[in-house]
Design a protein around this ligand. Structure first.
Ligand code: NAD
Ligand code: IPM
Ligand code: MN
Length: 360
């Protein structure tokens, strides 16, 4: 049976890293007989340029039809001056929300070969394996009312609304407890319950769920402390569950623990486990076109897609093993480069993963 994958390369480095992930997918497809059918779509700035909007109906339609979606990254200075509701990022938020992709899993795993690439001391990060479960379709990103309005005194005011309903909290909570149950059985819920009511309720619901998961140890932490603890003693964490904005920030922080944001994959899942797979990083306009972006976050996102949505754990394992092999061989894009390793570009890195897959 064929499995349809919608590929959305996006903007700036998006197409560069996606080209490598596609080579890897084609390789595992041939080797494991997966029957993958890749098709391409437009999202973000690329879609604005072609159609005038960041999330064309055609993309959304195909996204609903296919088995899984693989996204590069969207956005960049080219579209900084378009109207707010037409920005490339709105396309990304739109597809997440329209498809109900409320659970964003962002694993931060340190490959032992990259202990030197982290900005933290090797003993702080060695063996690091944490999972950030970020709520992705609610919170301050989507709360209404929002906007920029004129006040009576003539100045303007920007405003957003931070809110979470009980059901929104409960479903992401369950996802996180389930994930913790399959891992180290520790769940840390991160909030700002000392200040924000939306997160007072968040904490209450997490506590309410805890008795259903007696094998999981639940703790709570304020987000400011969590940011500090993540860089001070990251290995105290197993699974972290948090809201949309805190999760966005903490996952970039966690990325640096693994050496580079260019290493961090993610899965954005709906209630049935269908999903969109995307690196945690953005479109990196500062290095686009130079052929030096790290494609591994996208390649590892493709592996997550095979494991979680397409039911091909074997192919996912093979990709992860190939990545490890390439790192063993000392190949490094500039973001993870350190003394004594071999500097390569995007294409060389992607093709080395393909070669490693073929030689397994
Ligand atoms: P960014 O993640 O694009 O870049 C931050 C820094 O990390 C840059 O120095 C960049 O060169 C580096 N970097 C990122 N990915 C890399 C990779 N694969 N290899 C090597 N280095 C990498 O964040 P930004 O600069 O704040 O945002 C740029 C644009 O991307 C913005 O328009 C933003 O909205 C968008 N963005 C999109 C996504 C997404 O599509 N999922 C995520 C984050 C940001
Ligand atoms: C991410 C990005 C997006 C987010 C932006 C581009 C809308 O930063 O996927 O982490 O904030 O969710
Ligand atoms: Mn982000």
């Amino acid at each position: 049976m064929s499995k349809k994958v919608l590929v959305l390369p996006g903007d700036y480095i998006g197409p560069e890293i996606m080209a490598e992930a596609v080579k890897v997918l084609n390789t595992v497809d041939a080797r494991f007989g997966l029957g993958l059918e890749l098709e391409y779509g437009l999202l973000g700035g690329a879609a604005i340029d072609e159609t005038g909007v960041p999330l064309p109906d055609a993309t959304l339609e195909r996204a609903r039809e296919v088995d899984a979606i693989l996204l590069g990254a969207v956005g960049g200075p080219k579209w900084d001056n378009v109207e707010r509701h037409l920005r490339p990022e709105r396309g990304l938020l739109g597809i997440r929300s329209q498809l109900g992709l409320f659970a964003n899993l962002r694993p931060a795993i340190l490959y032992p070969q990259l202990a030197d690439a982290s900005s933290l001391k090797p003993e702080i990060v060695s063996g690091l394996d944490i999972l950030i479960v970020r709520e992705l379709t609610g919170g301050i990103y989507f709360g209404e009312p929002r906007g920029i309005r004129e006040l009576e005194n003539g100045e303007r005011e920007g405003y957003n609304t931070y809110k979470y309903s009980e059901s929104e909290i409960r479903r992401i909570g369950r996802q996180a407890f389930e994930a913790a149950r399959k891992r180290g059985k520790k769940l840390c819920s991160v909030d700002k319950a000392n200040v924000l009511e939306a997160t007072v309720l968040w904490r209450e619901i997490m506590d309410e769920l805890a008795p259903e998961y007696p094998d999981v140890e639940l703790s709570h932490m304020y987000v400011d402390n969590a940011a500090m603890q993540l860089v001070m003693r990251p290995k105290q964490f197993d699974v972290v569950v948090t809201g949309n904005m805190f999760g966005d920030i903490l996952s970039d922080t966690a990325a640096m623990l693994t050496g580079s944001i260019g290493m961090l994959p993610s899965a954005s899942l709906d209630k049935d486990g269908r999903g969109m797979y995307e690196p945690c990083h953005g479109s990196a306009p500062d290095i686009a076109g130079e052929g030096k972006a790290n494609p591994l976050a996208t390649i590892l996102s493709a592996a997550m897609m095979l494991r979680y949505t397409l039911g091909s754990a074997e192919a996912a394992d093979a990709i992860e093993a190939a990545v490890s092999k390439v790192l063993d061989a000392g190949l490094r894009t500039p973001d993870i480069h350190s003394e004594g390793t071999h500097l390569v570009g995007t294409v060389e890195m992607g093709e080395a993963v393909v070669t490693a897959l073929a030689s397994e």
